[in-house]
Design a protein around this ligand. Sequence first.
Ligand SMILES: *Cc1c(COP(=O)(O)O)cnc(C)c1O
Length: 278
Amino acid sequence: MSVKREDLADSRFGGNKWRKLKYNLLQARKQNKHTLLTFGGAWSNHIYATAAAGRHFGFNTIGIIRGEAHQALNPALRFAQDCGMQLAYIDRETYRNKTSAEFLNQLDERFGDFYLIPEGGSNQLALEGCAEIVNDISDPFDMITVACGTGATLAGIVTALNSRQHATGFAVLKGAGFLDSAVKKMLAENHSVVSSNWHIELDYHFGGYAKTTTGLFDFIRQFRSDHGIELDAVYTGKMFYGLFDLIEKGAFEKGTRIVAVHSGGLQGNAGFPQLSLD
Ligand SMILES: *Cc1c(COP(=O)(O)O)cnc(C)c1O
C-alpha cells in the first residue's frame, strides 16, 4: 500500500480542499471577481484553505460561519482572520437554509459582488481539481481510497479512473446512505461515463461527524509512531482505520495495489488535545 500525500503540498492550503479550490479561483478571476464568499463550521478545513488561498492569490475572502461568535477565536478561525478573511456568524437554522434565494439576496446586499463557493468547496469545478489527484499518481494502482464528507473528492477521483481501477470512499458522517446518490448525481452532472467502479463504506464514522473514540486516537498515535505520518481525527484517521480493518478482514484480493489518499486536514487536530505531541 502507498499513501498519496496531499497533506504535504502546503501546510496552509494543501490537502483536498486546495484541489477543490483551484479551478474555482481560476473561474473567479475569469469573472473578474475580487471577493470569495463561502460557508463552514468553526473548524472547517475549507474555511481555512479558502482564507489561505485568498490571501496568497489576492482575493478578499468572507467566511459565513455556522453558530455563534465566541469571544476567543479557535486556532482555525484565528488563522482565517489573520489571512484577512472577514468572518460573519449565522445561527444553525439560517445555516441550513443558506442556499435559499432569499438568504443569498441578503448576502448580496450585505457584502456586494462576490464569487460564491459552496460549503466544503463541493461543486463541479471541485471535481476537476480532485481528478488531478489521480493524474498526479505515477505508479500503477488497482484501488484508491479516500475519506468522504460531501463525496465531491471521491467523485472527482472516480472521473479520472480507468475501468480496471476501483475507488473506495469512507464516510465520516453517521447515516451517510445519502452519499451514494449524491456522488451519482455529481458524476451525472459531470457528464462522465457513469461508472460503478466505486463504493462507499458506511461503518467507520465513529459515532458521527467529528466524533471520536479512544480507539480512534490510539490508532492515530500508533500510525504516527509506526509510519511517521500524522493523521487528522475527522477524516483521514477514520479512513486509514477503516482501510486497515478491511485489509485485516481480507476484504481485498491478495496483490491488490492500494493507494490511500491522505487528504490533509491536520489543522483540525488543534481541536483535539488527545493528539498533541507534548
Ligand atoms: C473535506 C475533507 C474531506 C472530504 O471531502 P469531500 O469532498 O467533502 O468528500 C476529506 N478529507 C479531508 C482532510 C477534508 O478536509
